[in-house]
Design a protein around this ligand. Sequence first.
Ligand code: ADP
Ligand code: MG
Ligand code: MG
Length: 252
Amino acid sequence: MATLEIRDLHVTVDTEHGPKEILKGVDLTIAGGQTHAIMGPNGSGKSTLAYSIAGHPKYTVTGGSVTLDGVDVLSMSVDERARAGLFLAMQYPVEVPGVSVSNFLRTAKTAIDGEAPKLRTWVKEVNASMQRMHMDTDMAQRSVNEGFSGGEKKRHEIVQLELLDPKVAVLDETDSGLDIDALKIVSEGVNRFRERGDRGVLLITHYTRILRYIKPDFVHVFVDGRIAEEGGPELADRLEAEGYDRFTNAAV
Ligand code: ADP
Ligand code: MG
Ligand code: MG
């Protein structure tokens, strides 16, 4: 069972005025089989946490540690992190012109497994996954995310999640921009992934809406670069009723 451990993580981002501290000491442990929700106001550093776990070059870790089963993640390249079993679904998925969804998924799978999946079974798996996400299988031949609607991008992220089957998935605002039907389809995809058993999920969201469909085991309120409060699913209900004001005022 995989455990992702984040200890006293400090991260700066490179801005035109120099480095700016965004994460100010984050502690979080996600064990296999657990779903953690991070909720917080805009600009609190949620995406920065996701990018730091994934190894985005714009973010510099200035203190603390991130380990997967005790192995240092921060010294790994982005590819090594993926091979180790980490997956990041980005808030704003990037377009990859000229690379089809089909080739993109196969290349990623090959990189992670160390060998190419058998073509015939692979095509079947991709099609089946796309159908589960209510996507037209013709989309497999289109360039990754190019001209995709917001909802299609998020569905494609879940197809990646299903096929790459990481140990720990970080999902950054996978709910944003989804209408209610798409939100249900995406949530069902995440829940199917959870049902595989020992997978860890870090669900980052601004709104409580998705938590009606994906029940987290733990909820963390993220304010100004750190976790301000933690609890069970009931904390999400309180946030829905009270908003973030109580936390943001306290932080001033
Ligand atoms: P959230 O995801 O919670 O909305 P972010 O992690 O996106 O928060 O941003 C946290 C803070 O860091 C914000 O003040 C944002 O402006 C700043 N920030 C994040 N990334 C960058 C960047 N690449 N360049 C400059 N500032 C950034
Ligand atoms: Mg934001
Ligand atoms: Mg964000």
